[in-house]
Design a protein around this ligand. Sequence first.
Ligand SMILES: [Zn+2]
Length: 181
Amino acid sequence: MNCPNCESPQNKLQDITVSTTSVQREKLCLQCGLEFITIEEFISDTFLVRKKDGRKERFNKEKLFNSLAHAAHKKHAVPEALTKLVTEVEDHVVTQGNEIESRLLAEVVMNRLKRVDMVTYIRYAASYRAFVSADELLDDIRTTLDNVTYVPPEQPLLFDVDVVPNTESTNSKTVIRLQSS
Ligand SMILES: [Zn+2]
């Protein structure tokens, strides 16, 4: 690891602490003199999600499933299809390394979701992209609609085919809330 201050790769190992699950190294940057510590940690097959505030939490399939089910509120979501989508997302993200930023994870979910169900996608995007402006979200929806011309035949349908966005009862709950910034 390079120096976090000056990015110099030249450093001197000053101390090392080894445990069964981690190796901690105290280093001295030979260029700027910064002392820093690197930690090499054993992570089983646990995949971590790095949140906006820097905290990390384990990738939680159940949580993702529930957030999708919530976004699909009042639509006839097929649990198996939701589970499949969650598994696909997991399979995809774990190939990217040991952890992922929460917003990138949301992007992966949304990229898959918008190909399957636009209404659920919009609801999910609205709750997970509170940091974007309404214009950005609308642009994204427009772009997505422009690009929805082809659905691979093997693409599982997330919802019953005959389900049309429910106009009688869900509108009041489908308000897209965005933070004004
Ligand atoms: Zn340095």
